[in-house]
Design a protein around this ligand. Structure first.
Ligand code: IPM
Ligand code: MN
Length: 351
């Protein structure tokens, strides 16, 4: 048996292209570090609906159970319209199945890409934040109902779900700049009032050495643009984390560059870029693979405990960005294609 078993789920839209570019980087890592990895592929999302009639087939679930780590491209697209059989349901089922409740979304802009950000460059200096998004609870997983003229989505959080994610946030803060910002809407939502109560209790009881800041989500959305460098770890519920990280990607210059790692209690993890399937540019070799390639780096760091390989991938991405060998979202004139960026990073890894 191979030392590590990995599963790649390309999904829909640009998913197959960005995952293929990332596989080029993985192959470079295998050669360079002489790794014993068994890589499998399986279908999810719309692609799985087309071939198997369901967005998270049992065959994919079986492969997930065998894997040490899973890397996913993206799911969704205008082609799949049945509200009872959506590609996104496959992704949510996968996250729930793997029990990866903590979604880490690091945001650290490259100075070289400052011009790609809509923010003035002086705001970007020193920005280095980690959003910890709760990933398996809240309104995305609550009961839904619909009649012709009304619709309901229920949001529920238990004390246990909040405690385990805020603990993770405090732990990561201790390894960084020792500050946690908890984001809620406690002036309106009952779930947010529980988040606030639990966060303050965990802070006082176990992590009083870490600085705790609490913000309402509407204000946080503004502060993310007016003082982004002040944030270290930001922890929040599922939906707020989803929204705030698309906003935060503009600090880095493109939605295409942000990676994520989703973890539970052990080392097994799910790794995916934070962006969607971008059906408008699918199949044109224009998608930015950096968010997925950096997700592979996180996979080596968190699931395989290979910090050396993670850093080697990150360094190769830094070099590609530094030499402006990037896709059109970051550089409108003479951009590289998705595949070519994968090859540049792979060469950087081999060195
Ligand atoms: C993300 C995506 C997903 C989410 C969608 C595709 C279900 O937007 O990973 O941020 O909302 O979690
Ligand atoms: Mn999102």
């Amino acid at each position: 048996m191979a030392e590590y078993q990995l599963l790649f789920l390309p999904g829909d839209g640009i998913g197959p292209e960005i995952v293929a570019a990332t596989e080029t980087v993985l192959n470079a890592c295998i050669r360079k570090f002489d790794l014993d990895i068994r890589l499998e592929h399986a279908s999810i999302g719309g692609a799985a609906i087309d071939t198997e009639g369901t967005p998270y087939p049992d065959s994919t679930r079986a492969s997930v159970q065998q894997a040490d780590a899973v890397l996913l491209g993206a799911v969704g697209g205008p082609k799949w319209t049945d509200p009872n059989c959506r590609p996104e349901q496959g992704l949510l089922a996968l996250r729930k199945d793997m029990q990866v409740f903590a979604n880490l979304r690091p945001v650290k802009p490259w100075p070289r890409l400052a011009a790609a950000s809509p923010l003035k460059s002086e705001y970007l200096q020193g920005v280095d934040l980690l959003v910890v998004r709760e990933l398996t609870g809240g309104i995305y997983f609550g009961e839904k109902s619909r009649t012709a003229d009304s619709a309901t989505d229920v949001s529920t959080y238990s004390r246990h779900e909040i405690e385990r994610i805020v603990r993770k946030a405090f732990e990561w803060a201790r390894q960084r700049r020792n500050k946690v910002t908890m984001v809620d809407k406690a002036n309106v939502l009952e779930t947010s009032r529980l988040w606030r109560e639990v966060t303050q209790q965990v802070h006082q009881g176990e992590y009083s050495d870490v600085e705790l800041e609490i913000l309402l989500v509407d204000a946080a959305a503004m502060h993310l643009l007016s003082r982004p460098a002040d944030f270290d770890v930001m922890v929040t519920e599922n939906m707020f984390g989803d929204i705030l990280t698309d906003e935060a990607s503009m600090l880095a210059g493109s939605l295409g560059v942000l990676p994520s790692a989703s973890l539970g209690d052990g080392p097994r993890g799910l790794y995916e870029p934070i962006h969607g399937s971008a059906p408008d540019i699918a199949g044109q070799n224009r998608a930015n693979p950096i968010g997925t390639i950096l997700s592979l780096a996180l996979l080596f760091r968190h699931s395989l405990q290979r910090e050396d390989i993670a850093q080697s991938i990150e360094k190769a991405v830094d070099q590609a960005v530094e030499s402006e060998q990037v896709t059109a979202d970051l550089k409108p004139t003479q951009p590289l294609g998705c595949k070519e960026v994968g090859e540049v990073v792979a060469r950087g890894v081999v060195g």
